[in-house]
Design a protein around this ligand. Structure first.
Ligand code: HPA
Length: 268
């Protein structure tokens, strides 16, 4: 099977509008079934998975991250671009800005973070010195710049457990720790993709200033509204990046596969 690229749609990105010849596939994984849409963009096969399910029916702490990522591997995906709505902790990162996340701080609790649970699956201590794929980040950043959008090549994503928003004190602490933006989904998604040698990048759209920085209480509808107003820009950036990218994984992300124990069903 040839390599394909995937888009993982976050809040506000529920339909694969840029793809033609769409078809739906139910992909079986050891963690459950995942509905994936497959289509074409510029002759390139692209898979689309809405992270929260259709119509945002699954909250961040209940997402079956392992099933989503394993389904991509089943389809032969070697590179994945994820979108995310985030709150900003950094006054340089304003609502509507795009951030090509390069680091995370993990404040999730009890999420399954590995495909390797010991026993037959083996034990694997994944290197996450640089968890996000630099080549994908570069392609997205350059595409955003070509569109004349405000984009940041670096940003530390604080991943909270959710589904509630944060307290003022939490945001103050995350800021002191070096966080730039806050969201609820990048971990363990990035970690799981990396375990399978899938190049993975998150293009984050700032939808609001975080709790206590924003003068108003936060609402999910505000986040969804800002995403809806700017989703066209996000799509354009992804389309521009797809034009430039080869579908095969980069050498840095491929190197993980030399380290990981071989799991049944894994595709190299
Ligand atoms: N906090 C957590 N997740 C978010 C936010 C926020 O302020 N904005 C968008 N997703």
């Amino acid at each position: 099977m040839s390599a394909i690229i995937a888009i993982i749609g976050g809040t506000g990105v529920y339909d694969p509008a840029i793809l033609s010849d769409l078809r739906e596939e139910k992909v079986k994984t050891p963690y459950g079934e995942v509905q994936v849409q497959l289509g074409k963009y510029e002759g390139q096969e692209v898979a689309f998975v809405p992270r929260h399910g259709e119509k945002h029916s699954v909250p961040p702490h209940r997402i079956n991250y392992r099933a989503n990522i394993w389904s991509l591997q089943e389809l032969g995906v070697q590179r994945a671009i994820a979108t995310a709505a985030v709150g900003s902790l950094n006054s340089d990162m304003k609502p509507k800005d795009l951030v090509m996340i390069d680091q995370f701080l993990d404040f999730t609790r009890g999420r399954e973070q590995s495909f390797y649970e010991g026993g037959e699956e083996g034990v694997f201590h994944l290197d996450v010195t640089f968890p996000y794929c630099r080549e994908l980040r570069q392609a997205l950043f350059q595409s955003a710049k070509r569109q004349g959008l405000n984009a940041h090549f670096h940003g530390t994503y604080v991943c909270t457990e959710g589904p509630r928003f944060e307290t003022t004190a939490e945001i103050r602490m995350y800021r002191q720790l070096g966080g730039d933006v806050v969201g609820m989904t990048s971990v363990p998604e990035v970690v799981l993709a990396r375990e399978l040698g899938i190049c993975y990048a998150t293009i984050a759209m700032v939808t609001n200033y975080a709790a206590g920085i924003s003068p108003n209480p936060l609402t999910h509808s505000e986040v969804v509204e800002v995403m809806a107003q700017n989703v066209t820009n996000l799509r354009k950036v992804i389309m521009g990046a797809l034009k430039e990218l080869k579908p095969e994984r980069c050498n840095d992300c491929a190197a993980i596969l030399k380290e990981a124990p071989v799991r049944v069903g894994r595709r190299d």
